[in-house]
Design a protein around this ligand. Sequence first.
Ligand SMILES: Cc1cc2nc3c(=O)[nH]c(=O)nc-3n(C[C@H](O)[C@H](O)[C@H](O)COP(=O)(O)OP(=O)(O)OC[C@H]3O[C@@H](n4cnc5c(N)ncnc54)[C@H](O)[C@@H]3O)c2cc1C
Length: 384
Amino acid sequence: MDQETFSALRETVQRFVSERLVPNEDRLESEDAVPLEIIQEMRELGLFGLSIPEEYGGLGLNMAEEAEVIYELGRTAFAYRSVIGTTVGIGSQGIVIDGTEAQKREWLPQLASGEKMASFALTEPGAGSDAASIKTKATKDGDVYRLNGTKRYITNAPRAGMFTVMARSEPDVAGPGAITAFIVPAGTKGMSFGKPDKKMGQKGTITTDVIFEDAVVPAANIIGGVPGRGFKTAMKVLDRGRIHLSALASGMSQRLLEEQVRYASERQQFGEKIGSFQLVQALIADSRVDGYASKVMVSDVARRFDAGEKVSADVACTKYFTSEAVGRVADRTVQIFGGAGYMAEYKAERFYRDVRLLRIYEGTSQIQQIIIAKALLREAGLSV
Ligand SMILES: Cc1cc2nc3c(=O)[nH]c(=O)nc-3n(C[C@H](O)[C@H](O)[C@H](O)COP(=O)(O)OP(=O)(O)OC[C@H]3O[C@@H](n4cnc5c(N)ncnc54)[C@H](O)[C@@H]3O)c2cc1C
């Protein structure tokens, strides 16, 4: 996108966040749902199509541009971003990166407009961090595959129009080479959902189990048309997704820093604003350091991703750092707010719970550490 159009888009999103999303944060929390009119406004702004190429009806942002937009959306309750997150990120990118031309033409325009949402179904009850050990089976039966298995914690499942589903289709192949990525339209017979999960935070987001019982999917719905490539597709999608989440974390670090500064400039104790106490200043300074480092890491890794560099290990560094950093910033925000920081009516408490998820999904902090260390050790010739 040209610089001028992109600047206009970023400003529009900034305004949307401050004028529409932030003022509705309490409503979102109490109703445990993103208001429908806001979802419609997101469609109209083109937010569902951020990462989908222009030729298929999206805005065609590169990673660096997407990260800047997601940074802005990170400055408010995460549930808003979650509505578009799986469509912009993990749910659609399998098709964008590895899909056939026919799959792109069929699905991407509907996703870009927000007419249909996408979900990404990899995790299972017995397979989270060890994603290659998924058990969901896709059994070939003529021109179709029969899917059987359960997927867990699938974001946006009940509102999605299509799913990117990873299943084991090659009985004679061991490990990740047996995994195929399927496009499964919502409403496919044999597919059902569990009850919405009750979560620690991020009110307004939806996750459920997705259950496949002899769900019939045409072989033509294999992403890229070739079985056995699904795990590679999932890993490519997750690299992108981790930069997206890092931008989100980095935006929230900035929001929390602003909350800290505001509160410390207003609250008085011992006859002075608490911001004049150096121990409180230290909490603010450390939060700025975490937020600034996060922003710089995201911008560097996104730029190198766009340039086609091999950045998986640095993507892992960025996801690890930014998600841990926003956890520290949220903790300091609660501390600066004192007793009010523990009270549900203040946002410090809410955001403290909301950001906890970032260290868990799309690869836990431990998994990021393993990716980083293994990349370095392999470079040094160690077989790990
Ligand atoms: C709200 C929410 C939304 C989600 N949305 C989706 C979605 O849309 N689609 C989807 O497919 N998945 C989704 N997930 C799943 C998420 O990606 C997994 O929960 C995550 O990858 C961790 O897997 P797990 O929960 O099975 O934990 P486990 O893998 O069981 O991990 C438990 C602990 O063991 C540690 N551990 C595991 N292996 C190792 C190791 N080798 N070395 C050191 N430590 C290790 C982990 O770091 C963690 O601390 C979502 C999860 C949540 C909570």
